[in-house]
Design a protein. Sequence first.
Lengths: 240, 319
Amino acid sequence: MSAEPILELKNVHSGYGSIKALKNVSLKIYPGEVVAIIGANGAGKSTTLMTICGIVPIEKGDVLYNGMSVKNIAPEKLPPLGLCQVPEGRRIFPRLTIEENLILGAFYRNDKAEIQRDIEHVYSLFPVLGERVRQQGGTLSGGEQQMLAIGRALMTKPKVLLLDEPSLGLAPIIIRQIFDIIADINKNQGTTILLVEQNANLALQAATRGYVLETGEITLEDKADSLLHNPEIRKAYLGE
Amino acid sequence: MDRTLRLTYKKCEKIYMDSFIQQLINGITLGGIYALIALGYTMVYGVIQLINFAHGEFFAAGGYVGVICLSFFTGLGYMETHPVFCLTASFILAMGYCAYLAVGVEKIAYKPLRKEARLAVLLSALGVSIFLSNGLMLTQGVYDKAYPSELFQGGFHFGNVTIGYLQILIVSLTAILLVALNLLVFKTKIGMAMRATAQDKTMSALVAIGSNRIISLTFAIGAGLAAAAGIMVGLYYGSVRYDMGFVPGIKAFSAAVLGGIGNITGAMLGGLIIGMVEIFGAGYISGEYKDVFAFIILIAVLYFKPTGIMGENIDDTRV
């Protein structure tokens, strides 16, 4: 773990118009880490990711990526820098095919041969996608859509991957599969991962560190293990 | 006696059939032109959910750039010696001019209102329409401007059926443009990006697709096609007028709604249907009501099937 964070939020306030969703949020994510943000519904987890990606405007504070402020960079300029998000609800382009969804992940890239190689790589990670490349995204099951969403994000060649509720609405066996792939992406490709989850148990098992977000504020930060064994957390988020 | 009757009947049937085929040819010609204009409405709606009421003005502007170019070439005598070059150059100049005009209109009149209520942009579009139409009137005059179209007189005759050279030109050019558009939208990466932007702008931004660029491109393509249609109408009817954009614009809008607004294949189909219905209606019912048929269809579609022939379910777009 290097000393400089690859992604840092400094006292960020943001929100939708008059609704202040984030209050003074500070996060540090170091290269190669898997960091989880846990919290209840409406705590501001998704807003945190959308703020990092420039979709929700920052009112105060700053977001640093590789030490550079990305506050005033247009959202579509971020994936080429290596910052990519798999948003809540996957948001597959429903009337594009599996293959087209993946090609668009590589929209900013011009290296045709390598794009083709990366598409094959996604199919090797998720064979179920490779079997039906011409099928429309909207007709896939939730699990398949999640796989496609992760595959599409991988096509942007992310250095930092933001994942919003990858387990939402999926069967336990599929969740296992998705989280194995996430761990694999982190280990074998060295991709830093920021994971947002309502399922705290799952998230903290996958992560090295964790933050707890409550009504737009960070209330706790610790090693994932310690959070898993923290009685307060167990009571509030792990149903004990 | 019986024999003569039968012969007369046969002759009538032949004339009837010929007239039907003639109407069909005319209908395809007009329908193709409506399809070209309708595409601009449907593509812009697909990407920013705006009915661009100024779209008909791009069609008119195209017709005017066409007449200016063709008159210029005719004056130089090039029309006689290099007709293909003159036509190609006129089409390219008209389509290019209108593409730039549309991109400018979007940047000035629509983009600043993108976050406002939809009604604001709609009113802005109406304002742009009046502005452009009056601009054309002030710079080009209120009277009809004649197209130098002596070159395209005549055609092939099959009995009573005539296929004009001009009709062949219009239909083939329309076909080329429609095929090219289909290839662009459904086979290229930028076409994929256009469809993705129409489906989910936020997600498009998250995979590095800048919506501003795509929106500009959409306006440019739509206006370019309308400009081509403008020259075709100028050649076909022999003249253009500053307010020529209004009625065909609304008819093409009806075509886009009929096909399912936002759907490209639907707009092509809708254009053809509206063109056919207009020609056949004028031929078999009454020429006086020529302009009414398109609007009867518009009202019927909005009443019975507002999503049009190929329109998607609203739910579908939210997956």
